[in-house]
Design a protein around this ligand. Structure first.
Ligand code: ZN
Length: 84
């Protein structure tokens, strides 16, 4: 109780610099293989909107300016599809 869990986050600008394999490894949601070009296009869009952070998990409490705002352990355990 009271303990907060946070998703891993990556700076958008740094994510834009890594190679395709690394991009797909970290950012393909739910294990689907998403073309690196699509991921890059998404990063460019986010950067243009002023987003600072992306998460490599499926975060429902995410602020693109500051990152994951935290989750209770109870919430995370209830969400069986969550990947950290
Ligand atoms: Zn989160």
């Amino acid at each position: 109780m009271g303990e907060k869990i946070f998703h891993h986050i990556i700076p958008v600008r740094e994510a834009m610099l890594v190679d395709d394999d690394t991009l797909c490894y970290f950012l393909s949601p739910d294990g689907d293989i998403e073309p690196a070009a699509e991921i890059r296009a998404d990063l460019v869009t986010r950067n243009a909107r002023g987003h600072k952070w992306i998460t490599i998990g499926h975060c429902t409490n995410f602020d693109p300016a500051t990152g994951c705002l935290g989750h209770s352990r109870e919430e995370m355990e209830a969400r069986s599809l969550v990947r950290f």
